[in-house]
Ligand binder design. Structure first.
Ligand code: UDP
Ligand code: BGC
Ligand code: MN
Length: 337
């Protein structure tokens, strides 16, 4: 009996010892794994803190930025515009360059612009005018919260000038660079007198320069479409772009107006106070005399527009220069046939 009791006692003692040993072992390992988990967590937290200290990537920014407001808050309305001939390029560059990217590009930094606007300027030998245009327009466009680029399309050589063909070339060249959805065409000598005249696109092709000082701040005639105009890409394509065959001064803007109406669209305009402009006074340029053939061509727009436009455009690029204030593209557009 006593032997049995002793055996039972030994068995219980061994069992308790093994249980305690197992318990200690489990405790020891579970503590280690707890420490490991804690260490891992601490590492993760440290890493995420570090990444939030780093500059956010552009894609991360656009994920969090909201769309730009339809009525940009920094617009001031009427502007004082004076073409001070003492204004130097150095001064313009210093005033206007901040926040611009090479090639005359800008994007609002606190919101996502709703439109990507290519600004196309037909050009030859008007550097003095370009200086004033850049001086006034860049600050206005920045306040208007536009995602934009400025493309000066320079006609190569001394041949007859062709404004509309240069604008077609500008459309093609700008699209090679960025996914623009809106195209704004501006003469180099026109500066708006009100920053509420928005340089963007609208439900219909837009004529912006409705009240030029040289026309007593009024339209010279009801269907005038000259100076500054904007079209969405799809509106521009609907009219087969602009005519390539208006060499010399006059008529090409009237042809564009006709194309718009013939394709069932209307022309959108600001009101007469908002649409005021100042034009830098100038003589008619050489190789840009009024072309007597141009007015007659307007009777044929309804059928010429199908074959004369973006679908028949031919030109060659001679050079592309990237300034901080603009992209300057020299093109050979040929001569009248
Ligand atoms: N232009 C140019 N160089 C020229 C002729 C014309 O740069 O030799 C461009 C410039 O953008 C100008 C636009 O074409 O503003 C329209 O020409 P212009 O100013 O002579 O026409 P206006 O509307 O004054 O009659
Ligand atoms: C011409 C247009 C020009 C307008 C105003 C018209 O006779 O055809 O090209 O813009 O006059 O000068
Ligand atoms: Mn002019």
């Amino acid at each position: 009996m006593a032997g049995n009791f002793k055996r039972l006692f030994n068995f219980l003692a061994l069992f308790s010892f093994v249980s305690v040993a197992c318990f200690v072992l489990v405790l020891f390992y579970s503590r280690r794994s707890f420490e490991q988990v804690a260490k891992l967590l601490a590492k993760k937290i440290e890493a995420s803190n570090k990444s939030s200290e780093m500059a956010p990537t552009p894609s991360a920014v656009s994920l969090t930025l909201g769309p730009c407001p339809d009525n940009p808050p920094d617009l001031v309305g009427p502007l004082l515009v004076e073409f001070d001939f003492g204004r130097t390029w150095e001064h313009v560059r210093k005033e206007v360059s901040p926040l611009l990217q090479k090639g005359g590009r800008f994007k609002p930094k606190d919101c996502v612009a709703k439109q990507k606007v290519a600004i196309i300027i037909p050009f030859r030998n008007r550097h003095e005018h370009l200086k004033h245009w850049l001086y006034y327009l860049h600050p206005i466009l920045k306040r208007q919260l536009v995602d934009y680029g400025v493309y000066v399309i320079n006609q190569d050589g001394e041949g007859v000038f062709n404004r509309a063909k240069l604008m077609n070339a500008g459309y093609v060249e700008a699209l090679k660079e960025y996914d623009y959805d809106c195209f704004l065409f501006s003469d180099v000598d026109l500066v708006p007198l009100n920053d509420r005249n928005l340089y963007r696109c609208f439900d219909n092709p837009r004529h912006l320069a409705i009240g030029m000082d040289k026309f007593n701040f009024d339209l010279p005639y009801k269907t005038f479409f000259g100076g500054v105009a904007s079209l969405y890409k799809h509106q521009y394509l609907k009219i087969n772009g602009f005519p390539n065959t208006y060499w010399g001064w006059g008529g090409e803007d009237d042809d564009i107006y006709k194309r718009i109406v013939l394709r069932g669209m209307q022309v959108s305009r600001p009101d007469l106070l908002t649409g005021r402009y100042r034009m830098i006074k100038h003589q008619r340029d050489v190789h840009n005399d009024p072309n007597p053939k141009n007015p007659d061509k307007l009777f044929q727009t309804h059928w010429t527009m199908n074959a004369d436009g973006i679908n028949s455009l031919k030109y060659t690029v001679k050079s592309i220069e990237k300034d901080i204030l603009y992209t300057f593209i020299t093109v050979d557009i040929g001569s009248p046939e």
